[in-house]
Design a binder for this molecule. Structure first.
Ligand code: TRP
Length: 357
């Protein structure tokens, strides 16, 4: 199959800092699989970073390069997949306006992911208008590429659901698709937009090393993909279980055992560890942490190797070249979509070209 005839996948990350193991098992791993067969677009949602950090633009610029370095280190391959920068894909901003007309204000404000974020970040009622707007923008991020799948962490499913509603509404309103049609048939029936499906990763929720909360950079409980082997071991040693001795029967659902589930990839070994843990069969937490450290470092070692290529100023330049080539390609797709949408809306006045200098 030529790259263009492969079905498309779109996903993105807001550049907020380094990626951690929770991101890896929750979403990145899935992207690596999809990259083998699909035409994948990976969007750096730098506009979204401004919704809560508009005054920290320097930091956002740095995080933008960092996140791409994280992606490349995991094996996202710019020869096969398209890495693109949201702020240089103008069709996304334009589609956001049109989509904002298709979704009731109250529906946006009821989006549970936005609500959770407002609470978690303590935004109160002082967040900017652009903050809820990002959820509409995310519909455009996705639909600009008319993808079949959107691989995301569990926390993003509410956004994808909103995106599906917008796509249906557009197709019904401007392409006369029967609102009762099956989601799978919308494009076939003349809709501009397919109804994309969320794909949630293998591990929906990885706990942090505090053993309680979900792994998250802002909670200070994360193991980063860019941590050294020694840092990884040190952090794993902090996972608290409250267990006193290797002969005390342990809870096979505690944070440590969730790590075992996520990172020991041999099911027989996992079963054996759980069995002995549950019985208190002379299996200390320290032993498990040691074994886990080996697995996690074996996973991260190739990432460390790939990342080395992108260090320093020369590395930044390489990354910027990758983003530029990807953004060119992304604009071809997004401009095509925008034109299709405009034609459907009776806005097909002038076709335009777009060129990155
Ligand atoms: N909101 C997502 C997050 O915080 C990032 C994102 C932006 C995204 N645009 C997207 C994810 C489009 C999937 C599809 O992780």
């Amino acid at each position: 199959m030529t790259p263009e005839s492969r079905p498309r996948v779109l996903t993105g990350d807001t550049p907020t800092g380094r990626l951690h193991l929770g991101h890896y098992v929750g979403s990145i791993e899935r992207r690596l699989e999809l990259q083998e067969e699909y035409d994948c677009y990976f969007l750096i949602a730098n506009m979204h970073a401004f919704t809560t950090r508009a005054e920290r633009s320097e930091e956002i610029r740095r995080d933008t390069l960092e996140i791409v370095k994280d992606w490349l280190s995991t094996g996202i391959d710019p020869e096969r997949s398209t890495v693109t920068l949201q702020t240089e894909v103008p069709a996304i901003a334009e589609l956001s306006w049109f989509f904002a007309m298709l979704i009731p204000f109250n529906r946006v404000m009821r989006n549970p992911t936005l609500k959770t974020e407002i609470d978690a970040k303590g935004l109160g009622d002082s967040y900017p208008f652009g903050f809820p707007m990002y959820a509409v923008g995310q519909c455009a991020d996705i639909l600009a590429f008319r993808p079949e799948f959107v691989p995301v962490g569990e926390d993003q499913v509410a956004h994808i659901e909103m995106c599906r509603e917008v796509a249906r509404r557009f197709d019904v309103l401007y392409c006369s698709v029967n609102p009762k049609a099956d989601d799978a048939d919308f494009e076939k029936l003349g809709g501009v937009f397919p109804i994309p499906k969320a794909l949630v990763g293998r591990v929906a929720r990885l706990p942090g090393i505090d053993g309680i909360q979900k792994m998250s950079k802002s909670l200070g409980n994360a193991v980063f993909l860019s941590d050294s082997a020694a840092e990884v071991r040190k952090k794993l040693n902090k996972i608290f279980t409250g267990r006193q001795s290797p002969t005390e029967p342990g809870d096979i659902h505690n944070a440590l055992m969730q790590f075992v589930d996520a990172f020991v990839r041999d099911p027989n070994r996992v079963a054996e560890l759980k069995d002995r843990y549950a019985r208190g069969d002379n299996l200390g937490d320290g032993h498990i942490k040691q074994e886990l450290g080996e697995h996690i470092n074996a996973l991260l070692d190739p990432m460390r190797e790939r990342r080395a290529k992108y260090e320093g100023k020369a590395g930044d330049d390489l990354v910027i070249d990758i983003i530029k080539a990807g953004t060119r390609r992304a604009n071809e797709q997004a401009e095509r979509t925008l034109w299709m949408a405009k034609e459907a809306m009776g806005l097909g006045f002038f076709r335009r070209g777009l060129r990155l200098e």
